[in-house]
Design a protein around this ligand. Structure first.
Ligand code: NAD
Ligand code: ZN
Length: 366
């Protein structure tokens, strides 16, 4: 195959980022430069964890007339929830010029979707797919508070349409953040289990892309560096040390860049089935899906379970043990629609390998 024939030809990266301890303090200046003292021109999207926190109080002091929208990350973003946010913003007569997201993938993705929808009109479900967004969205700034998904770097925002069951983002150049503020201090409060699940999303993105058929030197470089950082973090005695949290923040960003220039493989489609049918959150679902992939990713399988043991993390098992045939069919349907990643992992004959019986067998291992 041609070295540069990766299936992905155009890539858009984040325009600006600032990284390092206490970089959150610079957010104030970034906003001042953009909107002066008109703090009503900013809408903050904040993960509910921070809702009664010191951080929120500081924001209110710095930006007294600003608008704050809590993002409830107990459910991952749906198209109807995004539409509801737009309705609320219109009802409250907000006039945003800048959006700021402070939180994890759910908060970042909500902000990305709202930004596009605000300027393009219509409903979120109309833009699920590739390059359907016609105009730039509102200027948007990401402040990740948990590391791993790479949502701060990618050109998508994952949303589920609960009516159709479609889990797909707005893949567009306009979805990429204009500014990312990466301050590893913000991730210190993440509970250990969650820290591991989300952090492992970066590792899993990159093992899938580096073992795929659509390889290219740019994607491989991002993936290799991401994997090295993840290994340093999850093989260390304290995965939440200052140094490890800094490394994981970089891994998350680079993992996002890796995936923007390549594809995921078999684990993400299996995980998507668990999310759509059983409502298990993305990053935990990935870890559960790792139970089933030894024959496809033998080295990474061993490495992953070694890191689980090292960090004493509990990964659920038996999640499909009670499912009837109808639910198993739903799992199959929700995973097999992900043709591009499956093709990337297994080649064009992926349907011959992943027969319905085979997919059932894989799900039964979870
Ligand atoms: P999340 O937003 O789901 O949050 C996970 C949990 O961590 C929540 O309970 C939240 O309250 C908590 N939390 C976040 N920061 C915290 C902090 N500093 N201290 C204490 N608790 C904190 O986090 P996630 O795992 O980063 O995101 C998952 C979402 O990202 C899914 O919806 C998934 O589909 C999406 N995703 C998006 C992309 C993309 O490219 N856009 C890629 C992968 C995944
Ligand atoms: Zn992922």
């Amino acid at each position: 195959m041609d070295t540069l024939n990766t299936g992905v030809r155009n890539v858009k990266n984040v325009a600006n980022y600032i990284i390092g301890k206490d970089s959150f303090l610079d957010l104030r200046n970034i906003l001042l430069e953009r909107i002066g003292n008109d703090s009503e021109k900013v809408v903050f999207f904040i993960d509910i964890y921070f809702y009664n926190s010191h951080l929120l109080e500081e924001i209110k002091l710095d930006f007294p007339n600003t608008n704050i929208i809590p993002v409830d990350s107990t459910t991952e973003p749906t198209t109807s929830a995004i539409d509801a946010v737009i309705e609320r913003m219109k009802l409250e007569e907000m006039k945003p010029e800048v959006l700021v997201a402070i939180g994890g993938g759910c908060t970042l993705d909500t902000c990305k979707a709202v930004s596009n929808l605000w300027t393009n009109g219509g409903q979120a479900s109309q833009y699920q797919g590739w390059d359907l967004v016609k105009k730039p969205g509102l200027y948007k700034i990401a402040v990740p508070t948990i590391s791993g998904t790479g949502a701060e770097a990618t050109r998508t925002c994952v949303m589920t349409n609960t009516e159709t069951g479609l889990k797909l983002g707005m893949n567009s150049d306009f979805t990429v953040f204009d500014y990312v503020v990466m301050d590893p201090e913000l991730t210190s409060t993440v509970p250990r289990q969650q820290f591991f699940y989300t952090g492992m999303d970066a590792y899993i993105h990159c093992i899938e892309s580096i073992r795929g058929n659509f390889r290219n030197p740019i994607g491989d470089s991002f993936s290799e560096q991401t994997l090295q950082l993840c290994r340093d973090v999850f093989n260390s005695s304290n995965m939440k040390s200052d140094d490890a949290r800094s490394k994981l923040m970089v891994a998350s960003y680079l993992g996002g860049c890796a995936i923007a220039t390549s594809y995921v493989g078999l684990i993400h489609p299996l995980s998507a089935g668990l999310s759509v049918v059983l409502g298990i959150h993305h990053c935990e679902a990935n870890c559960i899906a790792m139970r089933a992939v030894e024959e496809f990713y033998p080295e990474e399988y061993r490495e992953f379970w070694g890191m689980v043991e090292k960090q004493k993390i509990h990964i659920r098992s038996g999640v499909t043990s009670e499912l009837n045939r109808l639910k198993m069919d739903e799992l199959y349907d929700a995973m097999i629609v992900h043709e591009k990643p499956l093709y990337n992992a297994l080649g064009e004959d992926f349907n011959d390998i992943l027969t319905k019986e085979k997919v059932f067998e894989l799900y039964r291992r979870m």
